[in-house]
Ligand binder design. Sequence first.
Ligand SMILES: [Zn+2]
Ligand SMILES: [Zn+2]
Length: 247
Amino acid sequence: MNLFRKIKNFLLSIEDSLSKEHSCILCDREMLDGSKFQICEKCFNNMQKIKEPVCSKCGEALENGNLNCLFCGSFNYAFNSNRSIFYYDDNSSKIIKGLKYNQRKYYAKFIARMMTEDVSVFEKIDVITFVPISSKRKKERGFNQAEEIAKEISKIVGIETIELLEKVKDNKTQAGLSQKERLENLKGTFEIKAGLEDKIKGKNVLIIDDVFTTGATLNECSIVLKTAKPKRVRTLTFAKTRLFSIN
Ligand SMILES: [Zn+2]
Ligand SMILES: [Zn+2]
């Protein structure tokens, strides 16, 4: 991390601790009685929570009595199941963008609290990991947002986070690609970090990421993890793009 970024982050952290402590991270209004998510009641009620019943594979909300959504009826993700907490909309994207692009690293704590409200997701999980970003991207941003969220989740649920995967190759941007092209585009971009196969073999692994768009990234991470023979691979994201809004 260069000096300029260090200073900028330091100043931002002072600004945050001085003035933002009691302000809603979505509407900036002052909150008199605090909130463990740092979101006011009005904004929180506006967030689109993904409610049960959900697709047993990808976590998309289901309106009928089916076990799977239409997409998972014809595509088999490599992970055993995904859960996402909110739909990706103006509110959830504002939180994620604040974390990723505006250096609001402390948002990870609030995101982790929202992601651990339903503890059933963590039942029987042996190890938590996260979707890696390239070292170049990590240098630019100063941190990996998925790693920050995973570490905060670890503190809450008491399950260790281990950096099991690394991004060994940069892929083209996924935006605008079809699902098939996205899957193709990601091949060979992730690897298990040297010597960590034992941490995966026979274990229930949970991969954390910020957003589930088409699931292609989590699918590729799962394919790679599965080469080390885990018992199960589950995935958990803060937000999910609605199935029929993917272009
Ligand atoms: Zn608010
Ligand atoms: Zn599904």
